[in-house]
Design a protein around this ligand. Sequence first.
Ligand code: NG6
Ligand code: CA
Length: 498
Amino acid sequence: MKFLSSIKVLLFVCVSFLTFGQKPNVIVIYVDDLGFGDLGCYGSKTIKTPNIDQLARKGLLFTQAHTTSATCTPSRYSLLKGEYAFRRKDTGVATGDASALIPAGQQTVATIFSKAGYNTAAIGKWHLGLGPLGGPNWNGKIEHGPLDIGFKEAFILPATGDRVPCVYIENDHVRNLDTKDPIEVNYLKKIGSMPTGKENPELLKMKHSHGHDNTIVNGVGRIGFMVGGKQALWDDEDMAQTLANKAKSFMIRNQKSPFFLYFATHDIHVPRIPHSRFLGKSGFGNRGDALLQLDDSVGQLMKTLDSLRLTPNTLVILTSDNGPVVDDGYIDGSKENLGLHQPAGILRGGKYSSFEAGTRVPFIVKWPKQVQAGKSNALISQIDFLATMNQLLGTEYNENSAKDSKANLNAWLGKDKIGREYIIEQAGTLAIKKGDWKFIKSGKGARLNPLVNIELGNDSEDQLYNLKTDPTEKNNVSTAQKEKSAELKSLLEHEMNK
Ligand code: NG6
Ligand code: CA
């Protein structure tokens, strides 16, 4: 039996690579909080993003691509695991000391690449929890991390830039930790004597607008409290270059074998503390400067591919984990200097929102050898990444563990211009988009988050929008279009109960 199934896998792999030739390298550039309107190639005339625009010129730009959720943790969970995060109760925005949401041994897209003989790396933001129940051991081996779910190497931030502990994890240990200065983390109460933004605002180099008033690290108030680990603390200014260097080194070391690189940038999430090379250069505050820095990182990675002559057979996907936000808790000049820049383009809402800007994000696929440059209006979702990569690689995988992920390679490579029949979007409530229609389920949440100034898309009534005639979701037609509304509602409920 085992022999037969090995033959089957071998056949699959052969068929797949007869179709696609030599195994491509795959790089996912997973940007944090990048909006549908942020990039030149998506119509922005304000902040310049030449390197990403070049990706789009040589690749395929999607206009109807969605992340699964309007915040980070659930989106990343779905992308790597192939299961909607709403199926679980614990996949909201994770704290910095959360235990692993995907424990050791579970199938992810990285285990699939590994099985297919790829070298795999996770570099950048993690934010999926680490360690067993009760959280990670910061001062020893960190279990249930990327290395336990298919990545052969890792260089990550445990959660976000604004959450403690502000240290990198290299493979399964905190980098540069002095064991005589152990790290302790607490999300419930202050520990130790490190100053906090609340008690010592005079020590801050960047003030918070809301939240972010716990432990001060590098002059910035964070979420959560930490002590120790002084030698291990990251430099915010150098973070983008540190991550880009790690990615480049991984590509250089693996130029002879196929690789899968999950490059999850910290840009353009808060705190936005770009290097002095970029600070003040966009004219749009720190968010604009962080966008320049992001574009530069992308340029560096692409240049490295060129210099290694790997460009033709490398599949690069650039996308975002959720929609945009301007003031996400720090006073960094982004709000004051927004000018004519429209992070969400014409879309309504933003990060945290059930309106389109929450999950409709930039999505660019470039693979010179196989993908014709152009534009696609196909409806696609990051939920399909796992099954689609599996289809590309021709491996066998456990469909039950990735039950929401569907193989959609033809759409992702531009051969099928229709894509999915429908997609599900998760924010305060759930929404479904099918054809021209978008249905948002009624919910109890507030309509507006005044702190971030974003309409969340919640309403006590169901909402239905015709995105073709009403792309900015202004005209709720759920009463006038009762049948359409009922159809989408029942489809959504069917998905929820699966
Ligand atoms: C919010 C934070 C915000 C950001 C977000 C997660 C406050 C007031 N706001 O709770 O700054 O960190 O969580 O962003 O603490 S995400 O992109 O990782 O989902
Ligand atoms: Ca995010």
